[in-house]
Write a protein that binds this ligand. Sequence first.
Ligand SMILES: Nc1ncnc2c1ncn2[C@@H]1O[C@H](COP(=O)(O)OP(=O)(O)OP(=O)(O)O)[C@@H](O)[C@H]1O
Ligand SMILES: [Mg+2]
Length: 418
Amino acid sequence: MESAKNMYAVDDNGTPLENTDDVAVLNSAIASFNSTASELEQSYKLLHAQVKKLNREVEEKNRQLEKNLLEKERVKNFLSSILESLPTGVVVTDLQGQPLMSNSAVEKITGVCPADMDKDSLDSWLASLGMPSRETASVFASDAEYAKARDDIRNLKTMRSPVYGADRESIGCLYIVQDQTRLKKLEMQSERDNRLKAMGEMAIKIAHEVRNPLGSIELLSSIMRRELEDRDDLHKMAERIITEVKSLDNAISNLLLFTRPQKPLLHELNLTSLLEEFVEFIRPIVTKNCIELFFSSNSQYVISGDRDLLKQVFLNLTLNAIQAMPDKGIINIDVQAYSDDDDHKGKWVEIVFRDTGIGIPKESLQKIFHPFFSSKDKGTGLGLAIVHNIIESHNGTIEARSEGQGGTTFLISLPRVV
Ligand SMILES: Nc1ncnc2c1ncn2[C@@H]1O[C@H](COP(=O)(O)OP(=O)(O)OP(=O)(O)O)[C@@H](O)[C@H]1O
Ligand SMILES: [Mg+2]
């Protein structure tokens, strides 16, 4: 604004007018104008300064607001990434039960997205989780079996609790959903293990109780068999008692080995002699079942093994072969060395155990080494599972081959010492 301080009455040439009364009045008016204009100018400057200050304040406030908004956005994003990172499902509803939000874990656990549901569908979905209808937003927990898909049943734990506002008033409901399927399975497995352990301990006690009288029965029936050689019928009965006692004793050994697997006590042993010994021990039973037994070994092979455990292997294989040949048949046991590289001496010794029995159907071949797999009425299905464990504990391998009716061959490979 142009300054009005030095204004006074002048003629057309700019020369101050003579001081007449009129001029005096005019000058006084001009002076008053000058003073008012100066006051106005002062006020204007003040106002200008105030406006500037206000502008600065508004700018500062805007900056603060923007900062707050950014901070709020950051906190919101942080909270939602926490929610999304949770392995636990979270659902929030308002007081009327209308879904407000849910995280992706709920969808992963249950296969549905509660945030997209209306109030009624959410209520029936919550009912399928074992949540009773919500009269108050009270604390509640439920365990339920939930069908995620037709063949996918999950064990879910759901917890409900109220959501409180700033003044501690209830403003909604929070649901937490946890998948406990794996935990339940582990619990069941541990329960089963405990039961098996208890069963094993009981089996061990019974087995020991039964074993002693069994030994006496076998001894006495062997004496009877010898004494009754001239009484054909009684001799056969004694023979039968001995066979049954041997198979009972084997069942007890299998049960004990299964419930309390033994670590092999490895010693260098002559496998050929061990098999010869075994063949002589089992021959009476085999012969009695009208089965021929042949053994051949083209050298004396030494391995590192546990004598008792290997005998258990041969016994199980022979009993299976006998049971696979109810009328008559042949068992061949051959031992030979072989090598899986150019070392001609042969690193491995292979026992080939062949029978001419009923064979094993193709679909069962994969399962015969599984515990409790049996095609027999009175079989426990433990024999080959134990055989497999024993051979594995000797760092060896076992496989079965069968051509249907053409019989069965078991191939056992053991690391050779000499
Ligand atoms: N030599 C074989 N010939 C035909 N089938 C066999 C032979 N050996 C095993 N099997 C099959 O494998 C199954 C499992 O054998 P395994 O010895 O483990 O159990 P099991 O003989 O049935 O019962 P257990 O030996 O406990 O008395 C048998 O039930 C049978 O079906
Ligand atoms: Mg068996």
